[in-house]
Design a protein around this ligand. Structure first.
Ligand code: ATR
Length: 278
């Protein structure tokens, strides 16, 4: 590694499709930072060793993606509150030999909704679909926006109930937090966030049409360069839709801020990726 550059990377497996190196290269250019950021393919049983090797070589920080976010959590010497709540880490900072773990996914989501989509969360009725890692990562940043209510709906009710318990124990606000299965949903929501992995299989959680308030924003945390099945479904019921491209770029911007102390302008990066879609 060259000593006059600050080195960063993203650890994952697979990693060849990752947009993070290009996103961070665009941020670095825009803000004139002397840094580089590489994709780092890690063997499935080699995460801790790869992190150690990168640190020893002078690496300053790293992002972590599938399937290593839980291992990154376990490996961290210190955790931010949002990483502790998420139970997963996507951003590592190496500081005097210590590994500091953070999770910028949830704040990336909230920032994309409130800033880029100009949709307030405060005082609104929010429906979060799914109760896996993606939903858990969104929980604390969503609650910090002080929605009027948060409904967590999941195929497996017990997992949604676990998330409610976690949310209630950490939330000092008066937000009403409940769990339901799809069939039990019987009211409407201003903001509906799909944090299930159903879109990966081109499936849609079978939520009733009555959940879509008018107006309503349906947000699919998944990003693909074609429209997701969830967003197509939501549009049938008059919802405005947004996919996870903005979240992807905003979570990267938050990591960049943690490392470099500068907030990059995310709009030109968002516009660039949108313009490349077929
Ligand atoms: P991730 O890290 O992407 O959140 P995960 O932790 O495996 O992945 O969680 C996947 C989530 O998507 C879960 O809420 C899962 O529901 P269950 O808890 O009932 O398994 C949900 N999910 C996955 N496939 C789904 C489908 N086809 N329809 C509806 N929900 C689905």
């Amino acid at each position: 590694m060259s000593l006059d550059l600050a080195h960063y990377c993203v650890f994952g497996n697979p990693i060849h499709h990752s947009k993070s190196p290009l996103i961070h290269a665009m941020f670095a250019k825009q803000t004139a930072q002397s840094m580089d950021y590489q994709a780092n393919l890690v063997p499935l049983d080699g995460f801790a060793a790869s992190v150690q090797q990168f640190m020893n070589a002078g690496g300053k920080g790293a992002n972590v993606t599938v399937p290593f976010k839980l291992e990154a959590y376990a490996l961290s010497d210190q955790l931010s509150a949002r990483a502790a709540m998420a139970g997963a880490v996507n951003t590592l900072t190496f500081s005097d030999g210590a590994i500091v773990g953070d999770n910028t996914d949830g704040i990336g989501l909230v920032c994309d909704i409130t800033k880029n989509a100009a949709t307030p969360i405060r005082g609104r009725r929010v429906l979060l679909l799914g109760a896996g890692g993606a939903a858990r990562g969104a929980l604390l940043p969503l609650l910090e926006e002080q929605p009027a209510s948060l409904m967590i709906a999941n195929r497996t009710l017990s997992k949604a109930l676990d998330l409610v318990q976690l949310a209630v124990s950490s939330d000092g606000s008066k937000c009403q937090i409940e769990a339901k299965t799809w069939e039990q949903l019987d009211s409407s929501f201003d903001l509906i966030i799909n944090a299930t992995s159903a879109s990966l299989q081109s499936e849609v959680p079978p939520i009733p049409a009555s959940v879509f308030a008018s107006p309503c924003l349906a947000y699919d945390m998944m990003y693909a360069d074609t429209q997701t099945s969830f967003n197509r479904y939501a549009q049938q019921y008059g919802a405005a839709t947004r996919d996870g491209l903005g979240m992807l770029i905003e979570q990267a911007a938050e990591a960049f801020f943690i490392w470099r102390g500068i907030r990059p302008d995310t709009k030109p990066v968002f516009d660039y990726f949108r313009s490349k879609e077929g």
